[in-house]
Design a protein around this ligand. Structure first.
Ligand code: TYM
Length: 365
């Protein structure tokens, strides 16, 4: 049976292979048999400072990337989050049932707020232990510790409320459309879980209103790791350009980045958890070529990293070149028209849901 899909990407930073393999690729595959809605979440992007002109440019670029990757506007709805004000409205209402402790647990918030929140928790705990055990601390150490604590607190105090509240807005995105399935990368699964919790809580308190959605990840694409560090995910906001392959990288850049990608010890091409760098590269190879990891292992028996990397770079270039040609051929006018139609459709669906929500909450008509 056809299901309602909803997913989105932030128009910030450079879209990379992780975004494509973790999210967009499965969207394209699922749009034929489902009723799909894809969003460009600009309200989420402004939870960290954005240059307004750059934000506008990125928003348009992401919409074009959706189309070039194969999202078909005849099948799927494509729109910009800020064009449908119900997202912000439902986000506010859900804020009133979300709990501080739930949001404090969100890994992405902890990462984006430079781990300050987590460190504060740890330090508060450590301070308690110190007090309880009445450990005599040397005054120099104590001063240094207190200074660190103060700095942490100051940094924590400057973290934006929007960044903290971000998952509640994401829950609103999903719940507005009676979404059944949310195809995402692994890093968003915790937010989908929170969405389920909020939907259940709302339904219990105000009566049946929201469909309880499920997150969906793919086996190999759920967590594409950084090329410069296979223990951290590939990320738009990575410090080094050698962390990721951007969807807009040219062939030369791709070859250089793959050549520089870190590898594991040994020289055999094997797919194994103990070889995380290689496993990541084989996952990328698998997803872009359709070959299984076993087939790839066989192809490189007796060969080394050099051959494997040269071929992998060509597999990536083979995907990116036609993709970038399609991207360049999409005009601003074409994409703006698609986004307008999409927003009109989304607005109508969201308005119907908001009518129910307002009535259930007790707002006067
Ligand atoms: P965002 O913009 O950070 O990422 C977009 C999508 O790409 C996936 N992704 C990855 N997948 C595999 N490996 C990686 N290294 C990798 N990096 C990113 C993400 O999991 C995501 O699916 N909060 C969301 C956007 C959002 C959303 C929503 C998603 C807002 N509202 C409603 C779904 C439904 C985000 O910041 O994704």
């Amino acid at each position: 049976m056809a299901k309602r899909l909803f997913s989105g990407i932030q128009p910030s930073g450079n879209l990379h292979l992780g975004n494509y393999l973790g999210a967009i690729k499965q969207w394209v595959e699922m749009q034929d048999d489902n009723e799909a809605i894809f969003c460009i979440v600009d309200l989420h992007a402004i939870t960290v400072a954005q240059d307004p002109a750059e934000l506008r440019r990125k928003t348009l670029e992401i919409a074009k990337i959706y189309l070039a990757a194969g999202i078909d506007p005849a099948k799927s709805t494509l729109f910009i989050q800020s064009h449908v004000s119900a997202h912000a409205e439902l986000g506010w209402i859900l804020n009133t049932i979300a709990r501080m402790a739930e949001l404090e647990r969100m890994t992405q918030f902890k990462e984006k707020s430079s781990d300050v929140a987590k460190r504060i928790q740890q330090r508060t705990l450590a301070a308690k232990v110190l007090q309880e055990e009445v450990i005599e601390e040397d005054p120099g150490r104590r001063l240094a510790r207190l200074q660190l604590e103060r700095e942490s607190l100051q940094r924590y105090a400057s973290v934006g409320v929007g960044l903290f509240d971000y998952p509640v807005l994401m829950a609103a995105d999903i719940l507005l459309y009676d979404t059944n399935v949310v195809p995402v990368g692994d890093d968003q699964m915790q937010h989908v879980e929170l969405t389920r919790t909020l939907a259940e809580r709302f339904n219990k308190r105000f009566g049946e209103t929201f469909v309880i959605p499920e997150g969906k990840i793919t086996k190999e694409g759920a967590r594409i790791m950084g090329l410069d560090d296979p223990l951290k995910k590939m990320s738009k906001s990575a410090g080094s350009v050698y962390n990721y392959i951007a969807l807009t990288d040219d062939a030369q850049t791709v070859r250089k980045k793959i050549k520089k990608a870190v590898t594991d010890s040994g020289s055999e091409i094997v797919y194994h958890d103990e070889k995380p760098a290689l496993k990541n590269l084989i996952n990328i190879y698998t997803l872009l070529s359709g070959k299984t990891s076993q087939e790839i292992e066989k192809m490189y028996v007796g060969k080394g990293y050099g051959d494997f990397k040269t071929d992998l770079a060509e597999v990536i270039v083979g995907f990116l070149t036609p993709f970038q040609e399609r991207l360049a051929a999409i005009s601003d006018d074409t994409v703006l028209a698609v986004l307008k139609t999409g927003a009109d459709k989304a607005r109508a669906l969201a308005a119907a849901k908001m009518e129910q929500v307002r009535e259930h909450v007790g707002f006067l008509e």
